[in-house]
Structure formats: C-alpha cells, structure tokens
Design a binder for this molecule. Structure first.
Ligand SMILES: [Zn+2]
Length: 191
C-alpha cells in the first residue's frame, strides 16, 4: 500500500473536507467546489465524494488537488504535512497502526456528534410544536385576562428553541459545537 492508497483508505474524507473549509451538513452534503452550486449537491459516502449535479467524483486527494490547484503528488504531500501522517513519500510505506486507530476514533466521534445533532433536533422540534400549541390554546382571550402559566412559559421559551433549531439545521460546525457545549453544561447544572 502506498501513500495514495493509505490516504484514500484510512483518512476520513469528511475530516479532510472540513479541515479545508468545506461545510458539510448533517446529511453529509456540501456545496460542490467543481461548479457554481446553490444548494448542496456534493455528497460524501464510502470515503469518496460525488456531485449529483455536475457528476464529478473522487477521493480526498482529488478534493485537495482541486481546492489548492495541485498535482496529485503535491496534494498527497500537503495532506501528509497538514494531518501529520508521517508517510514516507519516497520509499515503501508501512502503516502506523497508532495513527490509524486515532483516525478511526475521530471518525467515530464525528458519527456520534451527527447522531447527537439528529436526536437533539427532534427533541427541540417536539418542544417547538408543544410551545406553539400552548400559545394557541392558552392565548388570553379578553383584555385583562390573567396569563396562563403555560402560555407565559411558551412565549418565553419558543424563541430560544427556534434559535437552537436553526443552528442544528443550518449552523456551521463551530456553532454546532458551541451549542453542544452549552446544552451539556445546562444538563449538568440541571442534574
Ligand atoms: Zn458539482
């Protein structure tokens, strides 16, 4: 296995794409970098990308070639340096098992984070529906009516809930990570 194969097989293309600024959504799609893309048509699967609009597909090496206008070997060198892979590009290459395990761990973390996003999104979508229903149901009818506590709660909370939903759906990786930290901090406090 040479350095090219090693990168194609063992380095997660999602990590590579994200490292170089491609924003991948929770369905593993991104705006295509090969054509003027308005909605994400580039999808990532089996450690490769494929654009369903312009048809271009390939590996993380192809992606880096395109992003930085590099020859294949230059792209491999860049990836090798940026990810600290320590591949010897001149002689036969022996895989570093520690590095491979570390990459597998990162891949699992990434997947766990995606699961968390999905789960949290459905929880907050339910909450948003609940508050919205309470706002309709307990809306004060006449002037001077006392506010129902569930109405007050819904009015106070729905904006925050919608804000979270926006981040979970369309936020950048940084915004999502910040939200993850915030929500976990709250859970720790509540528990
Ligand atoms: Zn495309």
């Amino acid at each position: 296995m040479d350095a090219f194969d090693h990168i194609r097989r063992n380095l997660d293309i999602l990590l590579v794409a994200q490292r170089y600024g491609i924003n991948i959504d929770r369905h593993h799609k991104a705006l295509c970098i090969y054509h003027q893309d308005k909605k994400p048509s580039m999808s990532f699967k089996n450690n490769r990308f494929k654009c369903f609009s312009c048809g271009v597909g390939g590996s993380s090496i192809d992606l880096v070639q395109k992003l930085f206008s590099l020859e294949p070997l230059q792209a491999v060198k860049k990836i090798n340096d940026d990810f600290g892979l320590g591949l010897d590009l001149k002689t036969d290459y022996k895989p570093d098992m520690g590095k491979i395990q570390e990459m597998e761990r990162q891949r699992q973390l990434l997947r766990a984070f995606d699961d968390w996003i999905d789960k949290t999104h459905s929880t907050y979508a339910r909450l948003a529906r609940y508050y919205w229903q309470n706002m309709q149901k307990y809306r004060p009818v006449n002037e001077g009516d006392e506010f129902h506590p569930l109405y007050v709660e819904a009015v106070h909370r729905i904006e925050t809930v919608n804000f979270y939903l926006g981040i979970l759906l369309k936020g950048t990786q940084e915004e999502k990570t910040a939200l993850y930290k915030d929500l976990n901090r709250m859970e720790v406090k509540a528990g």
